[in-house]
Design a protein around this ligand. Structure first.
Ligand code: SF4
Length: 395
């Protein structure tokens, strides 16, 4: 029978989909493309007995090609794009003073929580789609992706698009109204490991030399750090410093925003304002209890999982108490060793704006790369409200 896996944030029960993905790849009626999130490459090795923090990017790419994917892309390309769009949105809000602080929106566990529990906060959420959804939209519908060549879709309207995520809630995100259709199937890191094992691929024996396909594969160090709590905000600050002419004056690395154990982290960014990181949904819930966050911060990152995506519900389970630290160190090591470390320096992103999107937050960018949110009422919440009413009536 089918097993289910539980997301630690309570966002979703995971339904494995890897059998369907294998079937589609085997029948091979459409060109297939896969994108992989940053937290997967520093954790998948653990499923094959490697120590936590082993970086397996090249080996993982080779495994995906052996599984039959025609194109292997990097979600990080879209993480850089998220920063361009969200950074611009942030600076526009700073100028107008409206809907501040801005809350990040790339974690579906957090977005779901706001829609269900605090719909009053919806105007604060960035409208920028998550990297997974941006990458899917570009691969399916973007002119830039079609520039890969006529073979990319082989006469079919769109390719078959799969994503590999550290996250069970990303399966739910792919079905959200407004973005549904950008991604065909979402696999967790663990599901990918199962596919590799089921196909008898000797992961440990693969070479570490695999490379992502381009042009949806290039990324900067800023995109790599999306996988760790505080990474999205640090990436935003790096690019905002450039947009506000402070690149020379401000540091590239913001160590106050890093770490997997602290609840709320903060930094005062000269010329921009104070920013905060909520490391885990409980930290956000605590922060929201006291209204001072409205005045104190200009931007707040929330990741539902402690540690960020590297602690996601789709990552390998580990008995090592330092597993999150080790994965985090691996992520920052990739950042340090990447030649370009600010999102706007991504040359393919520059080309994408030149050939298709014009500029960040343009009309076309909004069409492909932004989304909207709506209040949702959970049955549990409605029941609680009903019982509350009955209580009061009886009192
Ligand atoms: Fe998913 Fe990352 Fe959010 Fe966890 S923090 S729910 S892994 S997007």
């Amino acid at each position: 029978g089918q097993c289910t896996l539980v997301c630690p944030t309570g966002a979703l029960i995971e339904t494995p989909q890897w059998h369907e993905v294998m079937h589609t790849l085997d029948t091979h009626r459409r060109v297939s493309a896969v994108q992989v999130a940053p937290a997967t490459r520093v954790a998948i090795g653990e499923e094959f007995g490697m120590p936590p923090g082993t970086v397996s990017t090249g080996r993982m790419i080779n495994a995906l090609r052996k599984l039959g994917f025609d194109y292997v892309f990097d979600t990080n390309f879209a993480a850089d794009l998220t920063i361009m769009e969200e950074g611009t949105e942030f600076l526009t809000r700073l100028k107008s003073g409206k809907h501040l602080p801005l809350f990040t929106s790339c974690c579906p566990g957090w977005v779901n929580w706001v829609e269900i529990n605090r719909p009053d906060l919806l105007p604060h959420l960035s409208t920028t789609k998550s990297p997974q959804q941006m990458h899917g939209a570009l691969t399916k519908r973007g002119a830039f992706a079609r520039s890969l060549g006529t073979d990319f879709t082989q006469g079919k309207k769109e390719p078959y698009v799969v994503s590999v995520m550290p996250c069970t809630a990303k399966k739910d995100e792919a079905l959200r109204p407004g973005v549904s259709g950008d991604i065909d199937h979402v696999l967790t890191t663990r599901e990918l490991a199962r596919m590799i094992k089921a196909r008898g691929i000797a992961f440990n024996a693969l070479q570490e030399d695999g490379e992502f396909d381009n042009p949806l594969g290039e990324s900067t160090g800023a995109a790599q750090i999306f996988g760790a709590s505080g990474g999205v905000m640090e990436a935003v600050v790096r690019t905002a410093a450039h947009f506000t002419g402070q690149e020379e004056a401000l540091p590239l690395e913001w160590h106050q925003l890093r770490g997997v154990t602290e609840g709320v982290k903060e930094a005062d960014i000269p010329g921009i304002g104070k920013v905060a990181i909520c490391n885990g949904i409980a930290a956000a819930q605590r922060m929201l209890l006291i209204d001072s966050w409205r005045e104190e911060y200009v931007a707040i990152e929330v990741m539902a999982c402690v540690g960020g995506c590297l602690g996601g519900g789709g990552e390998p389970k580990s008995m090592d108490p330092k597993v999150l630290q080790k994965r985090m160190q691996a992520i920052y090591a990739i950042d340090r060793n990447t030649p370009r470390r600010r999102s706007y320096e991504n040359r393919d992103i520059q080309t994408l704006y030149a050939v298709e999107l014009e500029k960040p937050n343009s009309h076309r960018a909004h069409e492909l790369l932004h989304t909207s949110y709506a209040a949702r009422h959970s049955k549990r919440l409605l029941l609680m409200r009903f019982l509350d009413c009955v209580d009061r009536r009886d009192a």
